[in-house]
Design a protein around this ligand. Structure first.
Ligand SMILES: Nc1nc2c(c(=O)[nH]1)N[C@@H](CN(C=O)c1ccc(C(=O)N[C@@H](CCC(=O)O)C(=O)O)cc1)CN2
Length: 299
């Protein structure tokens, strides 16, 4: 039996970061502007620490300035809001990102809404959410943006295709659905109350799995030849007391049926960070009204 093509997020993200690096050097040399990314982490969540370290490392590799703010887990919400106010006003900072999840005593939505929308490189501020929903120009959340780049690269036009997004989070599910509508797909958003989820998935040419449940979407739910983008990153127990990463899709089953599939790790995850850098470059260019081409335009 033929196996699905693997969509390699590590390779795609490396190519995108090369393009971003070239653009960053252009504006540093031509305009004396260095894009700056501020990354804020509250607490000691080990996975978040890794993501924040990688974001800063990748930003520096692309020639950007990265500003790291690591705050203790018991930081009062007011202190975090004051830090954001300072970053909003700092001309060296073009992109602001607060790593999620935040400790429970902090209201994440309040924090997101405190970030200047034109520096909101996560694309989570209601202004950017509204721009995406209404078809305007804002900043697009990184994971959906990276997923869409890989889809367009693999499939070309998506017009007329049936897509299902399994999961309705503000970070991935909802923005992904809007992007797919923009690309003229017929979109179903499935969630915990969906009746006959296997049947809904079987009807789809494109499956976006963003439900946060390890290997929940089975191989025999996938339509033969469909393109599967697995957004899940779940750490599960493995042999010898170790852990391993799996997605939301049963990869071993799906790879036998799908036309193409993103692996976990090495699929959507690396694209999330590359798209954060792309958004930071976009924010810097817009804030300084620079007329530079976008890295890897996809629409
Ligand atoms: N403010 C934000 N918080 C969070 C976001 C986000 O986009 N903005 N997304 C996730 C975490 N995340 C980025 O922050 C992220 C997750 C995973 C990866 C990644 O490269 N994963 C690797 C595997 C890494 C590992 O071994 O654990 C892969 O899939 O190959 C990058 C970024 C929640 N919070």
């Amino acid at each position: 039996m033929t196996q699905a093509k693997l969509i390699d997020g590590n390779a795609f993200s490396a190519g995108l970061r090369d393009e971003i690096t070239a653009r960053v050097h252009e504006i540093r040399d031509g305009h004396r502007i260095t894009p700056g990314l501020a990354v804020v982490l509250v607490g000691e969540d080990p996975a978040s620490q890794v993501y924040v370290r990688n974001k800063n490392k990748r930003a520096a590799e692309c020639g950007m300035t990265s500003f790291e703010h690591i705050l203790p887990a018991d930081t009062p919400e007011r202190h975090l809001l004051t830090l954001i106010e300072g970053l909003n006003d700092d001309p060296m900072v073009h992109g602001i990102l607060v790593q999620l999840p935040l400790p429970r005593h902090i209201d994440s939505q309040k924090v997101i809404e405190a970030i200047r929308p034109d520096k909101d490189v996560d694309g989570f501020h209601p202004w950017n959410v509204g721009k995406l929903a209404a078809g305007g120009v804002g900043l697009i959340p990184c994971t959906p943006l990276g997923s869409m780049m890989m889809l367009r690269d693999h499939l070309g036009s998506l017009a007329g295709m049936k897509a299902i997004v399994v999961g309705r989070s503000n970070i991935v599910g909802k923005p992904m659905a809007h992007l797919l509508i923009r690309e003229n797909c017929t979109v179903t958003v499935a969630h915990s109350q969906t009746r006959d989820l296997p049947g809904e998935v079987r009807a789809a040419d494109i499956v976006i799995a963003a439900v946060g449940k390890p290997e929940m979407i089975k191989g025999d739910w996938i339509k033969p030849g469909a393109t599967v983008i697995d957004v899940g990153i779940n750490r599960v127990a493995a042999e010898g007391g170790k852990t391993r990463l799996v997605g939301d899709v049963d990869f071993a089953g799906a790879v036998q049926v799908a036309g193409a599939i993103t692996p976990v790790p090495g699929g959507v995850g690396p694209m999330t960070i590359a798209c954060l850098l792309r958004n930071t470059l976009t924010a810097a260019a817009r804030l300084h009204r620079l007329d530079i081409p976008e890295a890897h335009p996809w629409n």
